[in-house]
Design a binder for this molecule. Structure first.
Ligand SMILES: C[S@@+](CC[C@H](N)C(=O)[O-])C[C@H]1O[C@@H](n2cnc3c(N)ncnc32)[C@H](O)[C@@H]1O
Length: 202
């Protein structure tokens, strides 16, 4: 986990992270709507936001899916979830289910309930990340889509994941890969939980 002391500065990584997560600077650098659009999130969908933090994606996603949809916002950090609940109340949103849970558990989220799932900058924080990928697979409906975006470990001072290792694990879990892109510091993949075959001849 990354919440260790940054001793010589006298601050914690968690403190720094918390300042950045929902800052104006971040919104200038990164639109929360862009990954949600890439995932094809639409009105009426159920989204699973894994490692949701203070709600950078959760709040815009709740606005997109509307009253007929739902967002499950999952995180282990109580402090972040408290901030998220405050924002949900301020915005009078009734379609967000806040789940305090390890991503490798998520038993509070019904199986095969999500049309879409997303992990934005959270995978490298999750100790049992393979378990988390298995859980996402389990929570997605057949044909459901999953977007992961994470820093590349070797390009960010060890802070991130090795995409090849994660892609291999995603294959093993059973996901189909729809796209994979690499930028200088980050990688991103869109996956699909395969839809059932009808068994009819082609
Ligand atoms: C860099 S933040 C990203 C938050 C959010 N996705 C965003 O883009 O603003 C990483 C998040 O992963 C969460 N996290 C760390 N370990 C976790 C775990 N085992 N299960 C669920 N969430 C976890 C942290 O609490 C934190 O909110």
């Amino acid at each position: 986990m990354l919440y260790r002391e940054a001793g010589w500065l006298g601050i914690t990584e968690l403190g720094v992270e918390s300042l950045f997560l929902d800052s104006r600077l971040r919104r200038r650098l990164q639109s929360p709507f862009e990954p949600l659009r890439a995932l094809g999130l639409a009105e009426g969908h159920t989204l699973l936001d894994v490692g949701c933090g203070t709600g950078f994606l959760t709040i815009p996603a709740a606005e997109i899916v509307g009253a007929a949809g739902r967002v499950y916002a999952v995180d282990v950090n109580k402090g972040y979830l408290e901030k998220l609940v405050k924002r949900i109340q301020e915005k009078n949103l009734y379609n967000v289910v806040v789940v305090e849970s390890d991503a490798a558990d998520m038993s509070q989220v019904p199986d095969e309930s999500a049309d879409r799932a997303i992990m934005l900058l959270s995978l490298h924080h999750i100790n049992n990340w393979r378990g988390a990928l298995e859980q996402v697979y389990r929570k997605l409906k057949e044909g459901g889509l999953f977007l992961i975006a994470d820093p590349i470990k070797t390009r960010l001072l060890g802070h991130g994941t090795m995409p090849n290792k994660v892609l291999e694990a995603l294959d093993e879990v059973g996901f189909e890969r729809l796209s994979y892109t690499k930028r200088f510091f980050t990688w991103r993949a869109v996956l699909r939980k395969p839809a059932p075959t009808t068994g009819e001849p082609p």
